[in-house]
Each structure stands twice: as C-alpha cells, then as structure tokens.
Design a protein around this ligand. Structure first.
Ligand code: NAP
Length: 467
C-alpha cells in the first residue's frame, strides 16, 4: 500500500473512532441504549488501534505484541470482578492509564533530549502529561486500596497537610516552568516525576473511603487531561479528542455527584468527610414504631400506589432479587409500583440502576428523584430498602446538618412509610434520620434480603412467621 493510502486509512479510522466515542458517551447515558454505547466504544477503540498500527513510524511490532499480551492477561481477570468491586476496578484502570501517559512522556523527553528536539511547547506539554499521569497513577492506586480496604479507609490528616501538598505541587510546577525555558535541565524532570508520584498519594490520604467514588471520577478527568497533553506531545489529534471527552465527562460526573450530595469540590478533596459526626444539642429519647413482615404485606396489599426507595443497604444485602419478587406479587394484583432513584443512592453513580437491572426490573418503573417527588404525596406506601441519607428530611430544614441542602426523596410525604434496615445505625453521613421517628413511619428491622423474602412469602400466601 502506498503511504498516501495508508495515511488516508489512518485519518479515516481516527475520525470514525472520534465519532463513535461521542455516540458511545451519548448512548451510555440511558439504560435503554447503554449496551449500544459499550459496543460503539469497543468498535471506536478498535478503529483507533488499527489506524495507529498502520503508522509508518512503527518499525517492529514485537513490543506492541508483548504489551498487548500483558494487558490482556491483566485485563481479563479484572473484568470478572463482582459488581460491588467495580469502583476499585475502575480506579485500577485509571492507574494504568495514568502510568501509560507518564511513561510515554518520560520516554519522549529522554528521546528528544538526546536528539536535541525539545522545544518550549513540547516540553511544557510533556511536563503537564507527566505530572497529571503520575499523580493519577499513585492517586488511583491509593483510591483502589482504600475501597478494597487494604489501606485504612479513614481520612489520614496532619497539621498543615494542605500547605505541604500545595508546596509539593508548587515546586513541581516551578520545575516544569524552568524545564520549559531550558529543556536540558534534566534533573528537574526527575523532581517533577517524584513530586507527582508523591502528590498522588498525599492527595488521597486525607479523604475518607466513602468519598472514593467521587475522587475516582475526579482522577478520571485528570487521566483524560493527561491524555490531551500526550496527544499534543505525539501530535495525535485522536488522543486530544478522546482525552478531552474523558476529562470533561469525568469532571461533569464529579460535579453531578458533588451537587447531589450538596458538597463542594473542595469539601470532597480537603474536607476529611466520613468521620463520625459529633452529636449536637441535648439527647432526646425518641422511639420508633416497628412492624412485622406480615404487617407490611397487609399494608402493601391494600395500597393502590407503592414507591420503593432503594439505597446502599439493598446493595449490601444483595436484596434486588427479593425486591423483584415483591414487585411481581404487587403488580400481579394491579398495584402501581415505582422505584425512586436518587442520584447518589448507594456508593457509586448508577449503583441502584445496575442492581435493579440485574433483577430485570423494567426500566420504565425506575423514576428519577424530581419526578417521583411530585407523586409521593399521593402514594399509599413508600418502602425504603436500606436507604438512609437520601430520605433524611433534615436535609430540607436542619441548617446544622452536614447534609443540609442535599436534594432528597420525600419519603416522609407519602401516606405511610416502611423502612427496612437492621438497626437505628446511621448511614454514610453518620447522622440520625428523623424519618424513622415520624408518625407515619414504621421500621422493619432486619437484613433487607431476609425481610423482603418474608414479605414476598407472605404475599404469595405462605405466611411470614412474623405473627
Ligand atoms: P446510607 O445513607 O449509606 O445508608 C445505608 C443504610 O443501609 C444504613 O443506614 C444501614 O443501616 C443500611 N444497611 C446496611 N446493610 C444493610 C442490610 N444488609 N440490610 C438492610 N439495611 C442495611 O445509604 P443511601 O441512603 O443509599 O445514601 C448514600 C450515601 O452515600 C449518601 O450520603 C451519599 O452522599 C453517599 N455517597 C454516594 C455516592 C454515590 O456515587 N452513590 C458516592 C459517595 C458517597 P443498618 O446498619 O441499620 O442496617
């Protein structure tokens, strides 16, 4: 094939890949089209790889084959982790992405230094790539470690921590500027690498394990920005496009998560949230009313409209299939059953959607928070399955609450609310939930899977053993 034809094929494959990446993101945003989105992403990436492999600069394929074999050997077992381990698996993928960007930048710097090809622009792009790449690498490894609980999940803080971190970042940035002015100052390149690696670790240390999903999506955007810089270094527009898509989607996702939790970016990154909140005010003895599975079965059978609010407890108990059984029993009786989806219910974006989809709950039954809140005053029974913070009315009126201002699902506005959980223990935010003490709320204490199993049994006429 003539070089002109090869060049055209490469260009075409890059345009195709960029278009498919954009469609992929679009399709991934809706459950109905998500599978198509994944496929578009895979086809796009294949087109990008084929286009790159045709590049005339490649003189031997040996190392590419070795790297591909190694990547496949690590990637296949990583793809088989259970759903609950997806956040840490994603963090590991970002770590590898960051490491790849850092290594490419390091290789290009040493090569061009030898060939005397470093310009201020090229060096600046390399420094940005290396800085973001290596900090994403160690930061993501730390995030994965916290989520897997191989390192302490509690925030590790010390006095002056933020000053130390900013000083490290500042020295790395100044070294980068000096390098851009005089690219031959190679010891400074070493300083940038070491400080970036250290900064990644120090950035994650003060953040609690429960905030890791938000941190991972922030790291995702750093990895994307690093790829943009790599695209400029390698003069590859597809990398610039894909990196920009990756970086902006990660950033938007972090913003959505922060807004849904009513937290600012700085609060997530520097707030050391997730520590047990100190009790405020005098302790008032309050009692919650309880119910048995048979009581709940009777209430549900007499309802015309039921809304299920799933939360982190449903994920812990793996109760989604029992939820499906109850859903089947109720819809068979002509009862209208909907699922209220809070954007940050559970511990990762889309956590509830994925679990409910696994149990084959129809997509149409899943309703977003704002839409379901309109219907809740006309709802007969709200069944809260292991959700806590996302239904805490304190978010609406208690200015001293750490979740004040967070939009919630108005479960308290329904005629009757039943909350299934094991105890009165708080959820992620570490605070009491006044919903559980409301006049129209009944508590069903126990593991969500076991309790829903009892309710389903009672609904099928098998009795629950609750009486
Ligand atoms: P939550 O406030 O963390 O509460 C979960 C509740 O589930 C707990 O109170 C717990 O009570 C109960 N539970 C645990 N295991 C259970 C079991 N086996 N059976 C029954 N209940 C069980 O959960 P949420 O309402 O879903 O709220 C999510 C929180 O995570 C929010 O504060 C959000 O800001 C935060 N967050 C979310 C994301 C995200 O992307 N989704 C990311 C970071 C942070 P018991 O121990 O008494 O059973």
């Amino acid at each position: 094939m003539s070089p002109a034809i090869i060049d055209s094929i490469t260009k075409f494959s890059y345009v195709l890949a960029a278009a498919l990446f954009i469609f992929s993101l679009r399709w991934l945003s809706r459950p109905q089209t998500a599978r198509r989105g994944v496929l578009a992403g895979v086809v796009g990436m294949t087109a990008a790889i084929v286009g790159t492999l045709l590049h005339p600069e490649i003189t031997t394929y040996l190392w590419i084959v070795v790297a591909a074999a190694l990547g496949t050997a690590v990637g296949i077992p990583l793809s088989r982790v259970p759903l609950t381990a997806v956040p840490q698996r994603t963090a590991l993928s970002h770590a590898f992405g960051g490491l790849a960007a850092g290594l490419v930048g390091t290789a290009k710097y040493s090569l061009w230094l030898e060939q005397d090809l470093l310009t201020p622009f090229k060096t600046s792009a390399i420094v940005i790539e290396v800085l973001l790449g290596y900090l994403t690498f160690t930061g993501s490894l730390m995030a994965a470690g916290k989520l897997q609980e191989v390192i302490p999940t509690r925030p590790i803080t010390f006095r002056g921590q933020n000053y130390v971190n900013f000083a490290m970042l500042g020295i790395a940035a100044l070294s980068g500027v000096a390098l851009a002015i005089n690219p031959s100052l190679w010891p400074l390149f070493g300083v940038v690498i070491v400080l970036s690696l250290l900064f990644g670790v120090m950035l994650i240390l003060p953040i609690g394990g429960a905030d890791m999903p938000t941190v991972i999506s922030i790291l995702n955007s750093y990895a994307g920005l690093s790829a943009v810089a790599m695209g400029f270094v390698l003069d590859n527009m597809l990398l610039v496009t894909a990196g920009a898509l990756d970086g902006s989607s990660g950033f938007i996702l972090s913003l959505i998560m922060c807004r849904a939790m009513n937290r600012s970016f700085t609060n997530v990154l520097f707030g050391a949230f997730g520590q047990v909140a100190a009790a405020t005010g005098p302790v008032v003895q309050k009692t919650a009313k309880t119910a048995t599975p048979q009581d709940v079965c009777d209430m549900l059978e007499n309802a015309a409209r039921v809304v299920v609010v799933p939360g982190y407890g449903m994920a812990v108990a793996q109760a989604q299939h029992r939820v499906r059984e109850v859903y089947d029993q109720l819809t068979k009786r002509g009862i209208d059953v909907k699922f209220a989806i809070h954007p940050v219910a559970g511990r990762m974006p889309g956590h509830m959607n994925v679990l409910l989809a696994e149990a084959d709950i129809p997509y149409e039954a899943l309703v977003e928070m704002d839409d379901i809140n309109r219907d809740l005053p006309q709802t007969d029974v709200v069944l809260v399955v292991g959700a806590n913070d996302v239904v805490n009315p304190a978010a609406r009126h208690d200015k001293s609450s750490p979740i004040y201002g967070m939009p919630i699902i108005d479960a308290d506005k329904a005629k009757l609310c039943v909350a299934i959980k094991r105890s009165m223990n708080p959820g992620f935010a570490g605070i009491e939930n006044e919903l559980y003490f409301a006049d129209n709320t009944l508590m069903l204490f126990g593991d969500a899977k076991a309790m829903l199993g009892e309710i389903a049994k009672a609904l099928t006429g098998g009795g629950s053993g609750g009486h």
